[in-house]
Design a protein around this ligand. Structure first.
Ligand code: HEC
Ligand SMILES: [Ca+2]
Length: 486
């Protein structure tokens, strides 16, 4: 005991001396940059880095290049060269530092989505935020709209409830036993696209043994009965990990969202996501279920054209890998699959999810370590030949700093015709909802439409086009309604 303790201490001090002071972004910045750029990038002998024009995300790479090597207009700025030079990950971490300062400056200047006399004004629509469900919820995670106008809400604690006209009506009895621990519990609920005909309801949750082991599992079942007597029946397992791949209960990064699309053969497929459970290296390992988007037929069988069937040890349901914690998943109106996922400190991503592709975590990342220590660079062309060979799919959009991306849906127009086809992405730590218009793989418009509303757990567009937002702390559901509707 004493021995191992001593070894521990020695080991730590070795680590400390190799990670010499100056590694952390704050010390790197104050030591090498603040003398000209000011302590927060506000400018001193050099101009401010915090202006609106410099907040453009397309400048991340130019900033990195200027920090490392200067540029035609910025001489004597090659901090990546010579003695005591910054390495690539340090130079990139300073870009992340600048982005954090820029976001603080935006926030402090009050340039955030806010209502005036209850009305928000945005690029295409004016809207109001209304409360829909005020009480009876316990960390609501996801909502669905039943054909008869009720909502059905999955709460992380395991409670599945229906609501109507703002009131919690009924708790569905006999739903799966969930392990509500750490970031996992009851998570997504999704209705089968032909729910009106077949009644299938899909639930994802942390399955396992409390305090021992857990992994994301997907089942389907039916909610039967009427009024006060709703029951969960006919349960079938759609996806379950191999027992040896369950990890410690609780902890982080469970995913998990569930969406549907028709296969070319005419049968429905279900796509769902599992986070890497804080075991980043496993995101690259297709013999593990975590850090993946999976595709199965709606009954849990495996389509014959899934991408990893040649590898006998791989999970046959894997559709894409290298994901960190995908907590938003949606098919857009063109049938393209998008995810939003959490980065570490910085670097939340919006990805176009394609068959068999590698989304890069943890080989490349737009984020840094939570401690402020540099992590990696986002760009495979700067990484080792091994990383370059992995043909990593880069995000279409990045939130840097992070919003804690959670919940993603597409507008079908309706009450908000000017938003038709746009993506709506929520943020837990950001307390925000962003509207994103993507065309031909490029972000044409990005706009914060809500801010400071609480932790946004889910965003759902109702059949009538109203945008519903599920909040945690307080646990309520709100919706956006068109302020100009007649
Ligand atoms: C000796 C003064 C000095 C130091 C030290 C310095 N810079 Fe600069 N930096 C400048 C000047 C001057 C410019 C040109 C733009 C301007 O006038 O502000 C510039 C430009 C930049 C730009 C590009 C801005 C743009 O609009 O394209 C970035 C990013 C940047 N510096 C980051 C850093 C970082 C990070 C450090 C610390 C490693 C650093 N700088 C250290 C003086 C300095
Ligand atoms: Ca990625």
């Amino acid at each position: 005991m004493t021995n191992s303790l001593r070894i521990g201490v020695v080991f730590c001090s070795v680590l400390l001396s190799t990670h010499a002071a100056g590694q952390n972004i704050d010390t790197l910045w104050s030591g090498s940059c603040a003398s000209c750029h000011g302590d927060k990038g506000q400018g001193k002998t050099a101009a401010s880095l915090l202006t609106k024009e410099k907040r453009d995300l397309s400048l991340l790479r130019p900033f990195f290049d200027t920090i490392k090597g200067g540029s035609a207009s910025v001489k004597d700025h090659a901090f990546g060269q010579g003695q005591g030079a910054l390495d690539d990950k340090q130079a990139y971490a300073l870009v992340a530092f600048i982005r954090e300062q820029q976001e603080n400056a935006r926030y402090n200047a009050g340039e955030v989505a806010k209502a005036k006399d209850g009305v928000y004004t945005s690029q295409h629509h004016r809207y109001r935020m209304e409360r829909v469900v005020n009480d009876g919820l316990s960390t609501p995670w996801a909502i669905e709209f039943l054909p008869d106008g009720r909502m059905i809400i999955a709460n992380k604690t395991g409670k599945l409830v229906t609501t109507k006209d703002g009131k919690t009506l009924t708790t569905v009895q006999g739903t799966p036993v969930v392990v509500d621990d750490g970031q996992g519990g009851l998570m997504d609920i999704a209705l089968h696209p032909e729910y009106a005909k077949n009644g299938w309801v899909y639930l994802s949750f942390q399955h396992g043994e409390p305090k021992k082991k857990g992994m994301t599992k997907l089942v389907r079942g039916k909610v039967t009965g009427e009024g006060e007597a709703l029951k969960w029946t006919d349960e079938q397992v759609i996806f379950e990990a191999k027992p040896e791949h369950y990890l410690g209960a609780g902890g982080v990064h469970f995913g998990s969202r569930t969406v549907f699309q028709k296969h070319a053969d005419g049968k429905w497929c279900v796509f769902f996501s599992i986070g890497e459970r804080g075991r980043m290296e496993m995101a690259q390992d297709v013999t593990r279920p975590n850090g993946k988007v999976h595709r199965l037929y709606d009954d849990g069988t495996i389509p014959a054209d899934n991408p990893f069937l040649d590898n006998a040890r791989a999970y046959p349901s894997i559709w894409s890998f290298g994901h960190r914690n995908p907590q938003g998943l949606v098919f857009d109106l063109d049938g393209k699959l998008w995810d939003t996922e959490h980065g570490p400190r910085g670097g939340d991503e919006l990805n176009l999810v394609e068959k068999g592709r590698n989304y890069g975590w943890p080989l490349v990342s737009f984020g840094i370590n939570y401690s402020g220590d540099p992590f990696r660079t986002p760009w495979p062309d700067l990484a080792s030949a091994d990383v370059q060979a992995k043909n990593i799919a880069m995000p279409t959009f990045v939130w840097l700093p992070s919003i804690g991306a959670c919940g993603l849906d597409v507008s079908t127009g309706g009450a908000f015709p000017g938003w038709k086809g746009d993506l709506f992405a929520g943020g837990l730590s950001g307390g925000n909802v962003d509207r994103i218009r993507v065309r031909d793989g490029k972000v044409l418009e990005r706009e914060e439409i809500l801010k400071n509303v609480g932790r946004v757990r889910d965003v759902r567009v109702a059949p009538d086009g109203a945008v519903y937002v599920v909040l945690n702390q307080s646990d309520i559901v709100v919706r956006l309604v068109n302020a100009d509707a007649k």
